[in-house]
Design a protein around this ligand. Structure first.
Ligand code: BDR
Ligand code: CA
Length: 316
């Protein structure tokens, strides 16, 4: 099975996606790399380690970027994910420790060791990936695929009218990542806003697997209440799990081919700009930008079944 690096900022929806990846028999996770985003990077690394140990596994966890490359950091969303990243349920510290290697270095070493084999699934700000590319630009063509949760093509943003949070958190990094010579899949708000995890779905999971499902239900409570206040729905968007669902089952998504760049200034700060295949743009801004796959359609029911069903089947 091909090796997978999972880059993340856990985070409640990250936690569902990480457990999906940890338990899925077809996902060969070789490391979790962590980044600031939903929480400071120290907490992100600690949380990733907690999830690995919760699943009874020993996959290494690496700490990466503590803030954006260039832009000023705009703060942490503790009102959505809690100050602890898991809805303020204050779990005990993990037993094991975080690896000493810097996350971008781990990405470089893994890709160099298995050229053409490694897939990177990234569900936080893209700072670690951009740093890896800056430290060793030669890795790009050696990566099998980069699947991200982030950005938006046609849907409104969730940080501004046009910007999605992961891209908004570090637009300069995202622009580097989209311009690199590696094949990407963008699972952005166009699809994640079509996949809604309801409280009753999490409750059903908690019944089947009280330990893992019970933790996820507990962690998601704050997230559900946040959505209830804004949209009047007892549930939340199932953002990050769309990325792991794509990895194991790409047929659940409809994609279009496009190049992507990111706006780093003004009211469009953090916007993913989509240039579809064949668009006759004379602008040199797009020179060297390859085509990626942008997810536009999704089978909501089957994505939820894939993620929740995997956890229900394999978690104790
Ligand atoms: C993304 O932002 C984070 O808050 C979530 O974990 C997800 O990765 C959604 O915009
Ligand atoms: Ca995330």
């Amino acid at each position: 099975k091909n090796p997978v690096i999972f880059d993340t900022d856990p985070g409640i929806d990250d936690a569902f996606s990480i457990h999906h990846a940890l338990y899925h028999p077809e996902i060969n996770l070789i490391g979790l790399t962590t980044v600031f985003g939903n929480v400071p990077v120290e907490i992100a690394a600690k949380n990733a380690r907690i999830l690995v140990e919760m699943a009874g596994q020993d996959i290494p966890v690496f700490k990466g970027a503590a803030g954006p490359l260039v832009a000023k950091h705009k703060g942490f969303p503790d009102f959505i994910h809690g100050a602890d990243g898991f809805g303020d349920i204050n779990l005990p510290d993990p037993k094991g420790s975080i690896e000493k290697t810097f996350a971008p270095q781990f990405i470089i070493d893994s890709v160099r060791k298995q050229p053409g084999e490694v897939t990177i699934i990234a569900v936080g700000p893209l700072t670690n990936l951009a740093m890896a590319l800056r430290m060793d630009p030669g890795i790009a063509p050696l990566v099998k695929e980069v699947i991200i949760m982030g950005g938006t093509a046609k849907e409104y943003g969730n940080m501004s009218a046009v910007a999605e949070a992961n891209i908004f958190n570090d637009p300069h990094a995202a622009d580097i990542v989209f311009r690199a010579d590696w094949p990407m899949v963008m699972a952005g708000l166009d699809v994640t806003h079509q996949v809604m995890l309801l409280r009753k779905d999490a409750e059903a999971l908690a019944k089947t697997t009280p330990r893992i499902g019970g933790f996820l239900l507990n962690a998601a409570d704050l997230y559900f209440r946040f959505y209830q206040g804004i949209f009047g729905i007892d549930g939340c968007y199932f953002h990050d799990p769309c990325a792991t669902a794509y990895y194991v089952n790409p047929e659940l998504f409809g994609t279009v081919a496009a190049s992507v760049r990111v706006s780093c200034e003004g009211p469009a700060f953090g916007q993913t700009i989509i240039k579809p295949a064949g668009h006759p743009s004379p602008s040199t801004e797009w020179d060297g930008c390859r085509l990626h796959k942008i997810c536009m359609q999704v089978d909501e029911k089957r994505v939820k079944e894939e993620v929740l069903g995997t956890i229900a089947r394999y978690a104790d």
